[in-house]
Ligand binder design. Sequence first.
Ligand code: PLP
Length: 403
Amino acid sequence: MTSNVTYRIAPATRMANVSYAIRDLAVVADQVARQGHKILYLNIGDPCKFDFPTPPHMIEAVERAIRDGLNGYGESLGEPSAVEAIRSKAEERGFRNIQGIMVGMGSGEVIDNCLTALLNPGDNILTPCPDYPLYGAVLGKLGAELNPYFLSEENNWQPDLDDLAARINPRTKAILLINPNNPTGATYSRATLERVVELARRHGLLILADEIYDKLILDDDREHLSIATLAPDLPVITFNGLSKAYLVPGWRIGWAVATGPAESLGDYLEAVYKLLRARLSAPHPFMYAIAPALLGPQDHLKEVRAKLRRRRDLTVQWAARTPHISLVTPRAAFYAFPKLEVPDDKKFVTELLQQKHVLCVHGSGFGQRPGTCHMRIVYLAQEEVLEEAYSNITDFISRRYND
Ligand code: PLP
């Protein structure tokens, strides 16, 4: 039966605030692929798309859970052995005053719930610029505002703390740090973190610390420092998960650790717990991978870091010899955020995709200082693929931008 009803379902007006640049170029990529071209993907941070196999003991733990019939809903805040493993590892790393641990469907879901429980429409949080777009999407959905502070390229992409301090206003509720950082690959120094703690203390702000890349520090002389360990007397929520270092982004397992004084966090955490109970639980059998991942063998991490280090070095060497590109050496994760001396970065990545079939994301999709242009490269791919992609980019630049 056909219908002649032609009414349209309008999305909520606040959806105009939501965008996700990483997937923006997907339409152009589909066109290029339909023309029969092989695309070199340097755009999505999923190690499973490349040569990073999941540790077998984690797969066995999930298989066992499924066979043992653990297929119903799990505990809303997280399966108890998983919560205990997260707690003991956090304590080992120096976290004190742990007030709550929440397991969710990826750190993304926990981040969403923690922001939802915190912000009224019109409130803001200090977010880095450039930023990981999840935060903007969630804030847009909530009718809350991004209050972006610049990361300073001239200072190895450390937060510009004067800028950050100047932006605090009466509707500011929290400071967000992404450390190690996506999209710049930077790690933050102790001095930077101590100054952020001082600002949070002075202005009564919650610290949100996204540390999902904390185990992917690439240089031996550096260690990851969690801001929570520097501020046991302040409310801090630290996000982490299995997606990146444990190579299972599709399992959708992440968590938050809340630290600080019980009296400053109690009401807020109850509000987060309400949301977590309302959505029932994270995927139950997959929660049984958390304890084996955190407490079991860590051998794969050495291999992952060694591969990433080689791919990072190759990226840095290519950038150093390529005109119109300059790159602050990434120290962690698998992202590089080179500066482009071109007039328009979205045009740059779109034409690069159409003409040379290399897919990167434009810097404007993450935010950047006005007047500057960047692109984000994910250097997870094998060396041969990176070499082909970089040679295509060099070729594209010399044809398109050299006089
Ligand atoms: N935070 C940052 C900085 C990320 O880069 C990502 C994913 O790329 C996430 C959070 C989301 O990760 P998850 O898979 O745990 O939801």
